[in-house]
Design a protein around this ligand. Structure first.
Ligand SMILES: [Zn+2]
Length: 260
């Protein structure tokens, strides 16, 4: 997946004086650190920080993989989105208890390399905090994920949709309850990266948020397939074809005359 990073300075310097101006941007691969440096042809250097939480970025990567036809990768990223969501919840709850980031990092180290430990930590923490055990993926969905990730299974498009919806159904109720109970610490956790980048950068920072089918499902109950249709249209505007729609090819094949 690629995201569009624009020159923040061109837009800022020209927005009021002129009725139109050129705004430079480029398509970049998603970076793990969420920090995008860009120098436009006018020589403006800008830094853009992606505010969208990692689990939402991964959900969007999965959705794009699906439209690109990379079905194994779609399931792998949907599954990673759920795992990073568990981490996000743990961090939000720790923030709400005013636990120092240093102590959180020290504790996270002991579970960071094993997803089963993270799931256990999340489940108990959520239960203690909210009084109800959280929903989790059904055995059938866990089996599908394991077959794809560990046994090389190539899932069908339909299986990817079912799996993506299952991930949404686990995340949505938890995210809604968390927004209700911890609105401030939820926001704090989202802005944590931009705060730390600001401390180390003197120049002006641009903030970027991207929408994902996951946030549309949480906020507006939008069905995954409807969101994918919207994403398909957005990709079309950017000149990126998607499977099952624009990849029909017509090629003229010329017969080479056989030698007598
Ligand atoms: Zn510029």
């Amino acid at each position: 997946m690629r995201i569009e990073i624009g020159c923040n300075i061109c837009s800022h310097d020209n927005s009021e004086e002129n009725s139109s101006f050129v705004r430079y941007s480029r398509l970049c691969s998603v970076r793990d650190d969420g920090i995008y440096e860009f120098e436009c042809p006018e020589g403006h250097r800008s830094t853009t920080v992606l505010l969208t939480p990692k689990h939402e970025v991964l959900f969007l990567i999965a959705s794009n993989a699906l439209l690109d036809g990379y079905l194994r990768e779609a399931i792998a990223s949907f599954a990673a989105s759920l795992e990073r969501f568990y981490e996000f919840v743990i961090r939000v709850i720790c923030r709400s208890k005013s636990i120092s980031q240093q102590d959180v990092e020290k504790c996270w180290k002991s579970v960071s390399k094993q997803s089963e430990r993270q799931l256990g930590a999340f489940t108990i923490l959520w239960f203690v905090e909210m009084g109800d055990p959280p929903d989790s993926l059904s055995n059938k969905m866990v089996e599908l994920r394991n077959q794809v990730i560990h046994q090389g299974k190539v899932p069908s498009y339909e299986e990817c949709i079912i799996f993506g919806k299952a991930v949404i159904n686990v995340i949505s109720p938890i995210e809604r309850k968390m927004l209700d109970k911890f609105p401030d610490t939820h926001k704090d956790e989202c802005f944590a990266l931009s705060r730390s980048v600001r401390e180390n950068h003197n120049q002006r920072l641009a903030m970027l948020s991207i929408d994902s089918p996951l946030s549309a499902a949480i906020q507006e109950n939008t069905d995954l397939e409807i969101s994918l249709e919207g994403l398909r249209l957005h990709r079309k505007i950017l000149g990126m074809p998607s499977i099952a729609s624009e990849l029909m090819r017509a090629t003229t094949v010329r017969h080479v005359p056989k030698e007598p």
